[in-house]
Design a protein around this ligand. Structure first.
Ligand code: PMP
Length: 451
């Protein structure tokens, strides 16, 4: 029963795992974009188990692939060969551009970024790593240093060792967390011109600040690498000014470093226009990390890099027990098949574009919707108390709208430094009918809570 679950949680589950909602859901089963609770109530899943259920809950084809593998071989560890990991590495490498052909499988996004950081340092011989404020790259003690949202940081000594956080090129909140840029002070209601499509002066100012870090903070201006999510996920669906990432990568490389694209949320067609988020920044990274959607919920993650960078790890053994085990590889292959066969990237673009249009209309109706942004099925809705200053809507107000949506049958995620950005990243199989239901529900919840 629900009460028994609560009792067990209190006694036996460590309190760092905080469930969503005042009255958390007890989920019993799932099918495609739908989740069902213990009483059989249905919920439209707009968050996909934190951007992870890419092709749908219990997708029949993925289930069949897993079933088949379960009855063939579970596990050997990488001390022996098994065919699946090789078949899968070849398929995954074929999805990557340029020289990105060397794959190392691990089990989570944090592990992938840990390994990428190690590769960057081993390959370049430099130590310093640059990430953005507001970034999320993991929670292992190593990657917690890369993550720069105070919510997700423990007071551990040394996590910041060799890590520089630079200002976040956020076109909506801007350099000072409320004004988009110096040229477009806070009296304007809409964004300044520094959108991801056009780029603008603010983009240039962020870039100047990055240059300053090389000048003043890095030893002899040398760097091991820079990490960036192609669109910031946990940070609240933040898209960067056009051209920034490409220029940053050039600067990093000119100073001895490598550029690491964290595709944990943006990969596998979610952004609709491309298979990988970095492609919209018009450059090829040196290292790419991926997790979440890669396995539709099965623990699987990977680092893909060039053979040359991969070789730098050959100086020492680097090992993990489960990475690319037969079951994970079978699931990964089936997920790729489904994305291709069901044209889910194309669906992400079409349904996501319709979603953004409906949400933009909602913004016209509700003052508290400060911004609607994103691409494909990676969407953010920023709730504000004041459109001019872009100050966040109060936490209780945000939480009430969020919980009311849940009670009405739609599950959204939340993110951003102040938790005031609704995150919409559903399984990529959703339809326009689902969008309509989600948008109507959000409108009804805002109306109900605000009256
Ligand atoms: N990178 C990004 C962009 C993420 O969103 C996350 C997880 N939210 C991670 C890395 C870490 O992944 P994991 O939780 O699998 O360790």
């Amino acid at each position: 029963s629900y009460e028994k679950i609560l009792e067990i949680r209190q006694k036996h589950i460590t309190p760092n795992i905080v469930p969503h909602f005042k009255k958390p859901l007890l989920i019993h089963n799932g099918h495609m974009q739908w989740l069902f609770d213990h009483e059989g109530r249905r919920y439209l899943d707009m968050f996909g188990g934190i951007v992870t259920v890419s092709v749908g809950h219990c997708h029949p084809k993925v289930n069949r692939a897993l079933e088949q593998q379960i009855n063939t071989l579970w596990h050997t560890t990488n001390i022996y060969f098994h065919p699946k990991i090789h078949e899968y590495a070849e398929r995954l490498a074929a999805k990557m551009p340029g020289e990105l052909k060397a794959v190392c499988f691990v089990n989570s996004g944090s592990e992938a970024n840990d390994l990428a950081m190690l590769m960057a340092r081993m390959h370049t011989g430099n130590q310093d790593i640059i990430t953005f404020r507001n970034a999320y790259h993991g929670m292992s003690p190593y990657t917690m240093g890369l993550t720069a949202l105070s919510t997700w940081r423990f007071p551990l000594p040394g996590v910041n060792n060799g890590i520089q956080h630079v200002m976040n090129p956020d076109p909506y909140l801007g350099l000072w967390g409320g004004a988009a840029c110096r040229d477009s002070p806070i009296q304007t209601d809409r964004k300044c011109d520094c959108t991801p499509e056009t780029g603008c002066l603010a983009g240039a100012r962020y870039y100047e600040q990055l240059e300053e870090v090389f000048k003043y903070s890095l030893p002899r201006g040398r760097v091991a690498g820079m990490f960036a999510e192609s669109i910031q996920g946990v940070g609240g669906t933040v898209q960067y000014p056009k051209g920034y990432i490409k220029k940053a990568a050039e600067l990093v490389r000119a100073n001895g470093g490598v550029f690491i694209a964290d595709e944990v949320q943006t990969g596998f067609g979610r952004t609709g226009d491309h298979f990988w988020g970095f492609e919209s920044h018009d450059f090829i990274p040196d290292i790419v990390t991926m997790a979440k959607g890669i396995g539709n919920g099965f623990p699987l993650a990977a680092v893909v890099t060039t053979p040359k960078i991969a070789a730098s790890l050959g100086q020492a053994l680097h090992f993990n027990t489960y990475g690319g085990n037969p079951m994970a590889s079978a699931v990964g292959l089936a997920v790729l098949d489904v994305i291709e066969e069901e044209k889910l990237q194309k669906n992400s673009l079409a349904v996501g574009t319709y979603f953004l249009k409906c949400l933009a209309e909602l913004r016209e109706r509700f003052e508290i919707i400060g911004d609607v942004r994103g691409k494909g099925l990676m969407i953010g809705v920023e709730l504000v108390s004041d459109r001019a200053t872009r100050a966040p809507l109060s936490a209780p107000h945000v939480l009430e709208i969020w919980e009311t949506c849940k009670d009405m049958g739609v599950l959204f995620g939340r993110g951003g430094l102040n938790g005031n950005v609704f995150r919409i990243k559903p399984p990529m199989c959703i339809t326009n009918t689902d969008v309509k239901f989600a948008v109507d529900t959000l409108a009804n919840a805002i109306t109900e809570v605000s009256n």
